[in-house]
Design a protein around this ligand. Sequence first.
Ligand code: ZN
Length: 151
Amino acid sequence: MDTQHQENSGGQPLMESPRKIEHIGIAVKNLEDSLAFYTQMLGMKWLGTETVESEQVRVAFLAIGESHIELLEPTSDDSPIAKFIEKKGEGIHHIALSVDNQQQRLNALQEAGVRLINETPKRGAHNNMVAFVHPKATHGVLLELCEKAEL
Ligand code: ZN
């Protein structure tokens, strides 16, 4: 792992840069309250709300430029978002990077010894396929690699 790291520290990067920040995920206790703030106080446009059963969250999307804000409210105490809020309080939970060739990138990262939470993408909100990179590997930020799902 160290050798790999050194090989990649000076020369060619492992992969092409992700295209943009797709969204920033914010863990909130109450979706309606937080939505009211972002839409009424900041004037951001609400794009929709959906429930992601597998993650036990309700998710609201807001538009901002070419990116989004994703508000995440836990739907049960077992939700990863509930656990996050319990530990750290409300706040930024993850940053999502828009990528292509998602599986290839995950494979390359894994081969380079980067700690992943998901080795294969799973379906997230908004018809996105998502996979998370462990915050231990990213210097403290939970990173989501996000690719539009084929419909
Ligand atoms: Zn996300």
